[in-house]
Design a protein around this ligand. Structure first.
Ligand SMILES: Cc1cc2nc3c(=O)[nH]c(=O)nc-3n(C[C@H](O)[C@H](O)[C@H](O)COP(=O)(O)OP(=O)(O)OC[C@H]3O[C@@H](n4cnc5c(N)ncnc54)[C@H](O)[C@@H]3O)c2cc1C
Length: 647
């Protein structure tokens, strides 16, 4: 039979979970088949939900959002295991992406920041870095998004979603079982629930006027980005390692060139010997006050930045564009007054965006997707899509966006002075470490105990908080440190005073592993996570850390981590052995059994999704509204239409 996706050309359905044809009713229609929409479709379809996944463009297509962070990567593992979708698990570390997904992605062994002043070479002592994790829990990845998004789209179809490309939904009306959707070609579809995964161009925001005008975020920046080849590794042209002292080569990290009023990213995909991709992602983001848009083309602006910062220019002498600049001259930020409504939800990138700084978009997306998927699966089973099932996510997302806005805004302020940045950088780094520790702990404990209930804990505080924001002590530190940055901005404190105050807060913070040297300004490259260091941190966490840290993050037995290390080493050796053997065999023999690949096995039935007890969700489902105390904040629901009314 001739097939398109999981449908036959004559409209028959072959999806293993019984997806609907276009005349039938879908439980969920997802508008947007990027990484977020496709992951959600895969999770839901895997558990029997009838999903329509509509993508306006054709995969592979260019997408931005290329750098993961340890918390994103760890969440891919937890969510992949929780929903029994290993394809999402594979996205959780460089080795498994290289082995299972694409050789076009780069490795990310850290975040490096080089501070620049106009007309000057950077000072080696003004470079800072945070290493990402090492095997078996890292390193992170530079996603070549066109490959990743296509892979996830196909995964969704594999599990039974009705995935269709070149299907742009233009008509969105309430009706039928919930929604009647009309494509640009006039095809009609019906669905009970609608998820807007359309990213920046969010169709539901436009329909219901959900975007806040003006956007509520403090960050106010603009951006331009492109793909290039011939970008010289900064390790060749920047300050030598003997002087800057960062632990990892900068070309193996996401490199941030920072300066007063903006920053530039360098995300290489070509930075390991197995890479098949010569491309490097490059972009800049500028404070609109300090660098107002004069309407010049992005290429000219880029050239002007290189002229202004000779230390950056060296890296781009041989660089040539392989994909033209995309310029967002208007404000880069957007926000929504509502993300959950009657029978609809907006994924994070449709609901709001701050800035690419610190690469938090994918972390928000996977956390949201991991939470809403379970709710949709239960709603579809009960045929009850009432708003209260989903309302928790309204608060979770709005609060997370507000947090990242503050984080990014303070960073731009801190770039006026290196010492202040060196202090604020650590506030971010600490949140990053604490945030990642949560899902890593859960995943390792799951490996050790094989208790699926542990995977549902990812929705509990503090684990559900990105960048550590649900850990009370850290939230407090963040607030206080932010107040010192404000004091500097308002001229109430010098940069030196503000940074000293922040270092004092960091020194007094009781929950940080001492081995990270978070409060020592001389340690500009924070701790790496190689095995000897991990053993020291584990020993601290297991036996010497405060009780809260031991309970939350270090209930991992002595042999769990080393076993995981050995398993990963074995996987790499087995792969090397298999490919070498295949070569030798092919020289000598025509016969082989490679066609008997596991991929042709029928898909096994999914394990049930572990969920938190009902009671706990009730407790968590208290929405967050800026400036309103948690206990005073109630969902505002118009009972007649069960519409969540915007505040
Ligand atoms: C400049 C920039 C840099 C970024 N860098 C990072 C980073 O380094 N790390 C990180 O974690 N995050 C980053 N992000 C955020 C990241 O891009 C997003 O979090 C991520 O792409 C969200 O994925 P998504 O699938 O929800 O949306 P998208 O990737 O935007 O996909 C949306 C899809 O919806 C489709 N679509 C739109 N309208 C319709 C319609 N009506 N019908 C059908 N289909 C439709 C589009 O064709 C598109 O394929 C960055 C964002 C920007 C803007």
């Amino acid at each position: 039979m001739n097939l398109i996706g999981n449908r036959s050309v004559d409209g028959g359905n072959t999806g293993n979970n019984g997806s609907a044809g276009s005349n039938d009713v879908y439980d969920v229609a997802i508008l947007g088949g990027g990484i977020g929409g496709s992951m959600l479709a895969a999770l839901c379809a895997r558990h029997g939900v009838r999903v329509l996944l509509a993508e306006a463009q054709m995969h592979p297509r260019m997408a931005i959002g290329e750098s993961t962070i340890p918390q994103t990567a760890a969440l891919y593992r937890v969510i992949g295991a929780r929903y029994d979708v290993p394809e999402i698990d594979y996205l959780g570390k460089f080795q498994s992406v290289r082995q299972h997904v694409s050789l076009n992605c780069g490795v990310k062994r850290g975040f490096s920041f080089v501070y620049h002043r106009p007309g000057e070479e950077p000072k080696p002592k003004e470079c800072t870095a945070l290493p990402t994790l090492t095997p078996p829990v890292g390193p992170d990845i530079h996603f070549y998004r066109q490959d990743i998004d296509q892979y996830m789209f196909q995964t969704a179809i594999k599990y039974g979603a009705d995935g269709r490309m070149l299907l742009k939904m233009e008509g969105i009306e309430r009706g039928g079982p919930g929604w009647i959707l009309t494509s640009s070609k006039g095809e009609q579809f019906q669905a009970k629930y609608l998820v807007d995964a359309g990213g920046m161009n969010s169709p539901l925001s436009r329909k219901f006027g959900l975007r806040e005008e003006p956007c509520r975020m403090r960050t106010d920046t603009r951006s331009a980005y492109a793909h290039m080849i011939g970008v010289t590794p900064y390790d060749k042209v920047g300050p030598p390692r003997s002087e800057h002292g960062l632990l990892y080569p900068m070309h193996e990290t996401t490199l941030h060139h920072i300066f007063d009023g903006g920053w530039m990213w360098v995300i290489p995909f070509d930075n390991h010997p197995d890479s098949l991709n010569p491309v490097c992602s490059v972009g800049f983001t500028l404070d609109r006050d300090k660098f107002p848009d004069t309407g010049r083309p992005a290429a000219e602006e880029f050239a002007a930045l290189l002229e202004r910062f000779p230390g950056i220019a060296k890296q781009f002498r041989q660089a040539r564009l392989v994909r033209d600049w995309v310029k967002v001259g208007a404000r880069l930020q957007w926000s929504s007054r509502q993300v959950i409504g009657y029978r609809y939800a907006l994924l994070p990138h449709a609901a709001g965006f701050i800035d690419p700084l610190f690469s938090t978009g994918l972390a928000m997306t996977i956390t949201f997707v991991g939470s809403i998927a379970g709710r949709l699966i239960e709603a579809a089973r009960a045929d009850d899509f009432s708003t209260k099932r989903f309302y928790y996510l309204e608060g979770w997302l709005q609060r997370t966006l507000d947090h990242f806005d503050r984080l990014v805004y303070c960073s731009y302020v801190s770039w006026a002075d290196f010492d202040l940045w060196n202090a604020w950088f650590r506030v971010w780094a600490l949140g990053n470490i604490l945030g990642a520790l949560g899902p890593i702990t859960l995943y390792l404990r799951y490996q050790q105990d094989r208790n699926p209930a542990l995977l549902a804990e990812v929705e509990k505080p503090p684990y559900r908080g990105l960048a550590g924001i649900d850990l009370e002590e850290y939230a407090q530190l963040f607030e206080q440190a932010g107040a010192h940055v404000d004091a500097f901005r308002e001229g109430r404190a010098s940069a030196k005073q503000a940074s000293e105050q922040i270092f004092r807060l960091l020194a007094d913070f009781p929950l940080s592993p001492k081995q990270v040297h978070i409060a020592d300004p001389a340690y500009r490259s924070l701790n790496d996570w190689t095995l000897p260091k991990m053993i020291r941190i584990w020993t601290w966490g297991r036996f010497f850390a405060p009780e809260k840290v031991r309970r939350l993050y270090f209930q991992i037995k002595t042999f769990t981590y080393p076993t995981y290390v050995l398993r990963d080493v074995w996987a790499e050796l087995a792969k090397a052995g298999r490919t070498s053997w295949a070569l030798i065999r092919d020289i000598a023999s025509a016969f082989n059994l490679e066609w008997k690949h596991r991929r042709y096995d029928p898909i096994a039935e999914a394990r049930p999704v572990p969920m938190q007890p009902e009671e706990l969700y009730k407790e968590l489902d208290v929405p967050y509204r800026a400036g309103v105390k948690k206990e005073e904040s109630e969902p505002i629901v118009d009972k007649a239409r069960e519409t969540v009314v915007p505040s």
